[in-house]
Ligand binder design. Structure first.
Ligand SMILES: [Zn+2]
Length: 92
């Protein structure tokens, strides 16, 4: 094995597409399994302060690069600072 990258196969949370990713660099969304949404995101697509309970039960789901760029555009169109926690790129 000379490959440096560890590749995993997962299903994109957003579009359900199966894709290969490097677990060290892939974008993960924290998803509240109870709502299927990002903690703090309402079913209407708005954002509010996430509850501690929602943050505690949130699980990381991989997002494919297509959806990452779509989500970024969406978030930039909205108020990017409205309770949105930073993209977890530097946490690993
Ligand atoms: Zn996707």
């Amino acid at each position: 094995m000379t490959e440096k990258k560890i590749t995993s196969i997962g299903r994109c949370y957003a579009c359900k597409r199966t894709f290969a990713f490097d677990p060290g660099t892939v974008m993960m969304f924290s998803i509240d399994p109870e709502t299927g949404l990002i903690p703090g995101m309402t079913v209407f697509g708005g954002m509010r302060e996430p509850t501690p309970e929602a943050l505690a039960r949130a699980v990381d789901m991989p997002i494919c690069p297509d959806c990452v760029s779509k989500a970024k555009k969406f978030l930039e169109a909205e108020d990017p600072f409205a309770g949105w926690k930073r993209w977890p790129t530097d946490e690993r």
